[in-house]
Write a protein that binds this ligand. Structure first.
Ligand code: MN
Ligand code: MN
Length: 463
């Protein structure tokens, strides 16, 4: 029997019933929510400008948690676990959001300071995945801590105040670059050992044959201002980061541009969701982790067992019987979001994107069922049940969301903390905003996507 030809109205109805369409966040937002989105991004930018290192992010998060009387555990000033009880007991399962607060950067080497041709420089070792040319010829700031010979600790931030000096890494003028850089592959054109930070240029006043007079002068200033001598730089964590605060981007101010949005966009969203959520059914927890960008190793990364430390204390306070399998049962009845950013489709690089399945900028928080590379290698790959549960919660709470993966298959790939959280036994799925220029000194996020990430996390906690 021949199919009936449909009228325009019938087709419309059928389309609505059968098709799944992404919606631009701006089209879904009420005027009141638009205002809430702007207010949220305002607070977010203030957080970003104060949180340029993992220690600074931990300090800001601890300060916000302290003001709201939420229980939290801090680990070596670089990772935090925050917890709010629910109506049910923790031993029957919790809702967890894990994010990371480290970001790609240039660390100073242990013996960083040297002099050449009457200029002082700092040697660096890059941390995480960077494109080295991003870091040349731009104002840079120095953030971190130094432990002095006598055990005292000095915190340093140079370059963020208007009258502070800044630092920079020089690049070759185009006039002389055609062979040494121009004929090379882009990844080889700037060797890591040339990422040396210009630190000073005045020789110390004294006899003309003074050796390393510029270096000595820099050390004299370091001693005068911070009490630091060269040996102290060995027991230091000094990070070179892009100078300056985040900014609105675009004539319509649609975007936030700034350093470290991977993954502080998700860390801030998780923090706000945790503090704002109405008393949840199940206990809720936000975990802010370090070292994701270098593989989640170390005792402040996702592979460490610091979540268990906090949970044992919570279980003890609850009066739970601590059998060997108590914590395993807790994990197995818990749900987690691994809060991390993903790649937004850049129209200039369609060759690495798959437009049906990559995240669109402005279309809300992105759910990533699996990350990894090649044949889903190293991916958590969330269960359909978990994806279904989360997206139903989001639909109920009117979250604008989309589902996508990071780039074309076999083009590259990436990972998050999801697989480490899942390995504990927790049902885990990735969700966060898409970024443009990810891992660059000036990452771009759409304000709607940032706000929808917050809404999604809050809905997950409350749902
Ligand atoms: Mn990340
Ligand atoms: Mn990253």
């Amino acid at each position: 029997m021949a199919e009936k030809t449909l009228t325009k109205k019938e087709l419309e109805r059928l389309g609505k019933e059968l098709l799944h369409k992404r919606v631009h966040g701006m089209r879904a937002l009420s005027a009141k929510e638009e205002e809430a989105c702007e207010g949220y991004c305002h607070e977010y930018k203030a957080f970003l400008s104060k949180a340029k290192t993992e220690r600074e992010a931990a300090r800001e998060i601890a300060s916000i948690l302290g003001h709201s009387n939420i229980a939290f555990w801090q680990y070596r000033e670089k990772a935090i676990c925050a917890y709010r009880p629910g109506k049910k007991r923790a031993q029957d399962g919790i809702r967890l959001i894990c994010t990371h607060i480290d970001a790609p950067r240039l660390d100073l080497k242990m013996n960083p300071l040297y002099e050449d041709l009457d200029m002082a420089f700092l040697k660096t070792h890059y941390y995480g995945g960077i494109k080295k040319f991003h870091w040349l010829t731009r104002p840079l700031a120095l953030h971190g801590v130094v432990l002095l010979k006598d055990g005292q600790r000095v915190d340093i931030t140079i370059g963020e105040q208007v009258d502070d000096p800044v630092f920079t890494i020089n690049d070759l003028l185009p006039h002389l670059a055609s062979k040494v850089q121009g004929e090379k592959k882009i990844r080889d054109a700037i060797p890591a050992e040339k990422l040396n930070v210009l630190f000073g240029g005045n020789p110390i006043k004294g006899p003309e044959d003074t050796k390393e007079a510029v270096k000595l002068n820099c050390l004299k200033i370091l001693k005068r201002e911070y009490g630091i001598v060269e040996r102290d730089l060995i027991s230091a964590e000094l990070e070179i980061v892009p100078q300056g605060p985040p900014r609105d981007v675009g004539l319509d101010r649609a975007f936030v541009g700034g350093y470290g949005q991977d993954d502080r966009a998700c860390a801030f969203a998780a923090l706000k969701a945790l503090t704002d959520a109405r008393t949840p059914e199940q206990p809720i927890m936000a975990l802010f982790l370090d070292k994701e960008e270098i593989g989640s190793d170390g005792n402040t990364g996702a592979k460490s067992r610091l979540i268990e430390l906090a949970l044992y204390e919570i279980l003890r306070q609850e009066g739970a019987e601590l059998a060997p399998d108590t914590i395993l049962r807790l994990f197995n009845s818990s749900k987690a979001i691994s809060g991390d950013v993903t790649a937004g489709i850049d129209p200039d690089y369609m060759e690495v994107h798959e437009k049906h399945n990559d995240a669109h900028i402005g279309y809300g928080v992105n759910l990533t069922k699996y990350t990894g590379a090649r044949g889903k290698y190293s991916a958590n790959d969330a269960h359909a049940e978990m994806v279904n549960w989360v997206t139903r919660v989001w639909d109920r709470k009117k979250v604008v969301w989309q589902a996508g993966e990071l780039g074309r298959v076999d083009e590259g790939g990436g990972g998050t903390v999801a697989k480490y959280i899942a390995s504990l036994g927790i049902d885990t799925v990735d969700a966060g905003p898409p970024l443009l220029s990810m891992h660059s000194p000036f990452e771009i996020a759409h304000k709607i996507d940032l706000y929808m990430t917050y809404k999604a996390y809050r809905a997950f906690f409350e749902g």
